[in-house]
Ligand binder design. Structure first.
Ligand code: NAP
Ligand code: 8YV
Length: 328
């Protein structure tokens, strides 16, 4: 199955989510674009437009569930922005023979840079130290030595896929020992694999989490894992907020159960609990793992290119594993 179309027939696409100039300007005239920034805008689409939509570009983490998708009887393809697609009902799409694509690879190195930067910033207290200089305190005293360092720890990566491997390469270059947890050992790396996350957390002093969100990983990082990580331990989460039991993390940070955390993602973005924001031993980022102009442009372009390939009668470029149509 491919998305070939009659010669002059227009192809109606829904652009769903935050405004993205690269996407909105990316299609030639034979495409008719319908912009819906919010879920509420989808409900207000005219019936005749809904009936013509053949492709959806999902431009951010907007809920793309069965109820929303079922409004489009001619839907063939969902081209989603981001490598994670836990906001898209991929099971519904597979059942209904609708292709789903994401944007892997083009963001891998950027997100790995963010993870390593966040790990070092958390251990070496860069944000607090910056505040120390800005407030003028350096004029009267030296900044205290940081309790944390990358020099005396082993890092356990939770998830050894594309981004996990890119983080591991950076740690290799920094002479930091790496081990990892995933459900199956990866044939692509030689680091020690732990099938049991608790056992790995007991053996390391830092966890870097980079796995998909969704029900299968919900609250994987719980009180038991944090207790196993221990008082020297730091948690870095660049995956999804849903992967961490946030109240358990806050309790561990407050009690000294772990040393510190660096978080790019949160359970209810953009809401971040006051208890977390009040802590000194955290570095908090507003989900910016891939958020540079160059990388976001490449992701936007891949959203466009997947749709164009499909409607040019070619296979999708980067289909998700569950999709009914495979790539070339
Ligand atoms: P990937 O190549 O598919 O790798 C996913 C890894 O997670 C694999 O090693 C997989 O191994 C492991 N995994 C999956 N389910 C697991 C489970 N239940 N328990 C333990 N390990 C599990 O994906 P990627 O490209 O590296 O991206 C990973 C995730 O990072 C994305 O899905 C997204 O949520 C997140 N992300 C965040 C940002 C950001 O801005 N903060 C940016 C990009 C990506 P097994 O299948 O063997 O378990
Ligand atoms: C984006 C991400 O920030 O690719 C992912 O899975 O989390 C990020 O690159 C996210 O898609 C927000 O739109």
């Amino acid at each position: 199955m491919t998305g070939e179309t009659g010669s002059m027939e227009s192809i109606d696409l829904l652009i769903y989510g935050p405004s993205k100039p690269v996407v909105e300007r990316g299609f030639p005239e034979r495409y008719a674009l319908h912009l819906c920034a919010q879920p509420g805008d989808v409900e207000r689409l005219a019936d005749d437009v809904r009936a013509r939509i053949r492709g959806v570009a999902v431009t951010g983490l907007v809920p793309t569930n069965a109820e929303m998708l079922a409004r489009f009887p001619k839907l063939e393809i969902i081209s989603s922005f981001g490598v994670g697609y836990d906001h898209v009902d991929a099971a519904w799409a597979a059942q209904n023979n609708v292709v789903v694509t994401n944007t892997p690879d083009v963001l891998t190195e950027e997100v790995a840079d963010t993870a390593l930067g966040l790990l070092i910033a958390t251990l070496r207290e860069f944000v607090r130290a910056d505040g120390f200089v800005r407030s003028g305190q350096w004029a009267t005293q030296a900044y205290p030595l940081s309790a944390g360092s990358l020099r005396d720890r082993t890092v356990g990566i939770v998830g050894m896929g594309r981004i996990g491997q890119a983080i591991a390469r950076r740690l290799d270059a920094s002479l930091v020992p790496v081990v990892y947890h995933s459900r199956r050992p990866s044939a692509e790396v030689n680091y020690k694999h732990y099938p049991d996350l608790i056992a790995m957390a007991e053996d390391v002093d830092a966890l870097v989490v980079i796995i998909p969100g969704g029900p299968s990983t919900s609250k994987l990082i719980n009180a038991e894992v944090l207790a196993a990580l221990g008082p020297r331990g730091v948690l870095i989460n660049v995956a999804r907020g849903s992967v961490v039991d946030e109240p358990a993390l806050i309790a561990a940070l407050q009690s000294g159960g772990i040393l510190a955390a660096g978080l790019d993602v949160f359970a209810e973005e953009p809401k971040v609990p006051e208890a977390l924001r009040a802590l000194q031993n955290v570095v908090l980022l507003p989900h910016i793992g891939s958020a540079s102009v160059v990388t976001r442009n490449a992701m936007d372009q891949l959203v466009v290119d997947n749709l164009k390939a499909w409607f040019d009668g070619k296979p999708p470029l980067t289909p998700i594993p569950e999709t009914p149509v495979k790539g070339r």
